[in-house]
Design a protein around this ligand. Structure first.
Ligand code: BG6
Length: 488
């Protein structure tokens, strides 16, 4: 198709994100015949390789990621789309060399530039793209910016200003891949297509909300990025905040990009700012120490390759927010995320209030867990509702039952978040990408925590790898009957 991009450039092609997410996602799009025949992909990186050496690299790294693929005709067709551009992100000559390899603007409608690099490098790339005229054709050439967008609110504003000097807003795709996850999109359907759910989805019925993104992996080989970022910037400011907005937002008037962004921004703006002196009561950070995962010993964060000695970077963060609007006033939202936790589990859990009256003396009120709605994002995608039923027998005892609405049928495959979003980039659909005010307000929400942690640098609690995080995380709860939910 004439309007589809003909070149897709990946900056940071040998990096972790490209290897683990982008290349596999592009391959799967290839296998599903979703990539147009004329699309070529340029891998940009520092290593002194030629096209063939890059292709061998791909065969090697993808052999682990997509088992059985290398060697197949589909895989070879995929590999053949790639060319390699050796270059330095800070050197304008590298961009000229890149520009020389792109088809002339008359022959090709557009190019996508994917910045799969560290946030500290975004600025240089944006400058250099403009310096060699690659921000044009305006409106058509696209730039995809990974999260975190900036390192704090000030740098995010500066980055955005820089982008707007060189690119039009329609050219900018601020990605948060959690928005591409099936369960997250399903949440909109679950909430707004079911009369059963929406009337309960508010402070009259819901006691609190928990959002957990637990990972069992460590920081892999990303210390040069991660040690500077930490969990608050890497996960909470973006992925968890986005989940919070999708849980909390009002129904938008239409499923259109701007209508959705408007509702999400309203939620972020309604979050009660955390006062400086209240940061301790609202946020907990911690770092993993050595421990065991799946029966294997794993090193602590401080022992990871290239981490600064005595680094106090957090690999775990838990935080509490209140949304002061009519729907949510008084309902705490507890967010938590960490590396090297017991296992990979991402879920949104809504706990309902206790029933007002206790009829069942055999099962005292306190021993009955109230109803929960559990939306699992990873590893499986499902929705569950917990309700009480009577235990068969003479006594009026209750037991808990899960209504499990796994929305996937057995023969269905979901698209990985990056597959969905890369396709959107190629097709020019920006609805699942962030508008700047969302990013800005999310920074504003976490800003007091960030500032406090930057100043207080002496001490960080630890948690053993393979646990559910530090005991300190329990002190965020407003009431004694609230505890972290780890299991579905
Ligand atoms: C990325 C973070 O954005 O998300 C990583 O930088 C994290 O630290 C990853 O591991 C988790 O995403 P997913 O989709 O693999 O759960």
């Amino acid at each position: 198709e004439a309007s589809l991009p003909c070149t897709f450039v990946i900056f940071g092609a040998t990096g972790n994100l490209a290897t683990n997410k982008l290349l596999p996602a592009l391959y799967h799009l290839e296998a599903a015949a979703r990539l147009s025949e004329s699309l070529s992909i340029i891998a940009f990186s520092r290593r002194p390789w030629n096209d063939d050496e890059w292709r061998n690299h791909m065969r090697e790294v993808l052999a682990e990621k997509i088992k059985g693929a290398p060697g197949t005709p589909v895989f070879e067709r995929f590999v053949a789309r790639f060319r390699y551009q050796q270059g330095d992100l800070n050197d304008v000559a590298s961009y000229q060399a890149l520009a020389d390899r792109l088809p002339p603007a008359e022959a090709c409608s557009s190019t996508v530039f994917y910045l799969a690099i560290k946030p500290s490098e975004f600025g240089a790339v944006i400058h250099n793209l403009e310096a060699v005229g690659l921000n044009k054709p305006r409106g058509l050439n696209r730039v995809v910016i990974e999260k975190p967008f900036g390192e704090d609110i000030e740098s995010a504003r500066m980055l955005n200003q820089l982008l707007h000097e060189h690119f039009d807003e329609e050219q900018v795709f601020r990605i948060d891949h959690f928005l591409g996850k099936e369960t997250v999109q399903n949440l909109l359907v679950f909430r707004f297509a079911n009369t059963l759910i929406e009337p309960l989805w508010n402070r009259n019925f819901i006691d609190h909300v928990q959002i957990t993104v637990a990972e069992s992996i460590g920081i892999e080989k990303r210390a040069d990025y991660y040690d500077r970022a930490g969990a608050l910037r890497d996960m909470l400011q973006n992925h968890l905040m986005q989940l919070l907005t999708v849980v909390a937002m009002e129904p938008p008037p239409a499923l259109e990009a701007d209508a959705l962004h408007d509702e999400k921004v309203k939620v972020l703006r309604s979050i009660r700012p955390i006062a400086k002196r209240a940061v301790h009561a609202h946020a907990v950070r911690a770092q993993y120490a050595r421990g065991m995962i799946d029966g294997a010993n794993v090193p602590g964060y401080q022992q990871e390759e290239k981490v600064e000695p005595n680094s106090i970077t957090e690999t775990f963060v838990a935080a509490k927010f209140y949304i002061d609007n009519w729907r949510w006033r008084g309902v705490p939202f507890y967010l938590r995320t960490g590396k090297r936790m017991q296992r990979q589990t991402s879920m949104i859990a809504l706990r309902f209030r206790h029933p007002p009256q206790q009829l069942f003396r055999e099962t005292p009120l306190e021993s009955i867990d109230p109803n929960w709605i559990l939306l699992s994002i990873q590893p499986d995608e499902s929705m569950r509702m917990e309700i009480h039923v009577k235990q068969p027998g003479l006594d009026m005892d209750t037991r808990l039952m899960q209504m499990n609405a796994s929305f996937l049928k057995t023969d269905e495959q979901t698209l990985d978040a990056y597959e969905t979003l890369l396709l959107d980039v190629i097709e020019g659909d920006r609805s699942l990408f962030l508008r700047f005010d969302e990013v800005e307000w999310a920074w504003r929400v976490v800003d007091p925590i960030l500032k406090n942690w930057t100043v207080e640098r002496e001490y960080i609690p630890t948690y053993p790898a393979g646990s559910w995080g530090p005991a300190e995380a329990n002190r965020l709860f407003d009431s004694d009957d609230q505890t972290w939910r780890n299991e579905l």
